[in-house]
Design a protein around this ligand. Structure first.
Ligand code: SF4
Ligand code: SF4
Length: 288
């Protein structure tokens, strides 16, 4: 596991509400009965907890601009985070309403992906690796190279602090025990302090199983059997609406190696704020 202090960014996930319902959404939009909106006091505590962190600090959702206190969240960002470290992920909902505030707060560090380009691909995170990969050594090899862990972010949501944003989303969806308390310096803890999260969530997750890409034109989330049972248990609305396709059985190593050719799930973005991300990169923070 990559130490959190070396990750390029930590996300504060202020809501999981979204106006879209993309297939294979990594925050599982459509599977929750009710969205959350992080309390402003918790957002402030999250920002305070990240003092001293050298990477970027992202405001993310769902769709962050749907948070009823989005403008106040921007104010907090301005008060507590240096300009070059502020990042926003948005699908552009409420863009007209908040453009000025967004530009004043985040400058060009806006990762704007409206998801209207239906050729974009989303990797299925609910394809549990322990369902579809039999060989435990091979599974470990795949997990050790997880692209999300290596390239993406740690996360804070209302349930606490997580080493990985997908682990955080799984904990939220399946009502897990939550993350580390949101307190100053949590991100300085070493990987050994996150082993519990890793053991609980990595085997439920499909991030590192190479899979033939699914475009946003597809109508169904790809889900393996154990996650299908969990979605049934939580009474997922998306499941009730028949927007889930269940994958049964296991994949051989040869099948996975074939799917791994040209597999680059991290390359799925259609970003309007790309000039901003370049500028951000010049600050020494890597953007994919
Ligand atoms: S826009 Fe983002 S958060 Fe919203 S459903 Fe699509 S992938 Fe999920
Ligand atoms: S939870 Fe999933 S995405 Fe996160 S590190 Fe584990 S395998 Fe990778």
């Amino acid at each position: 596991m990559k130490p959190i202090k070396k990750k390029w960014t930590i996300q504060i996930e202020v809501t999981n509400a979204c106006a879209n319902e993309c297939v294979n959404c990594s925050r599982f939009v459509g599977h929750h009965k009710k969205p959350y909106y992080m309390d402003l006091a918790v957002v402030e505590r999250a920002l305070d907890s990240l003092q001293g962190f050298r990477g970027g600090i992202g405001i993310m959702g769902g769709e962050p601009t749907l948070h009823p206190n989005f403008a106040a969240i921007c104010d907090l960002m301005k008060r507590k985070v240096p300009p070059h470290k502020r990042l926003l992920w948005t699908a552009g909902y409420n863009w007209n309403k908040f453009e000025e505030i967004i530009r004043n707060t985040f400058g060009n560090n806006v990762i704007y992906n409206d998801h209207n380009d239906k050729t974009q691909k989303h990797h299925p995170m609910l394809l549990s690796i322990s369902d579809v990969v039999k060989d435990t050594e091979y599974m470990k090899k795949l997990l050790d190279k997880c692209w999300v862990d290596q390239r993406w972010s740690a996360s804070i949501n209302p349930k606490g602090c997580f080493f990985c944003e997908i682990a955080a989303a799984l904990d939220m969806l399946f009502e897990g025990p939550g993350g580390h308390p949101i307190e100053r310096g949590w991100w300085e803890k070493g990987p050994e302090e996150f082993i519990g999260q890793q053991e609980r969530y990595c085997r439920q997750c499909g991030a590192c199983v190479p899979f033939v890409p699914v475009t946003l034109e597809d109508r169904h989330d790809i889900v393996s059997e154990s996650n299908f049972r969990k979605l049934t248990y939580i009474d997922s609305p998306k499941l009730q609406q028949n927007k889930v396709k269940v994958i049964k059985g296991r994949y051989s190593e040869q099948h996975i190696s074939a799917a791994a050719e040209n597999w680059q799930p991290w390359n799925h973005l259609g970003i309007r704020g790309i000039e901003g991300t370049r500028k951000y990169r010049s600050k020494g923070v890597r953007f994919l």
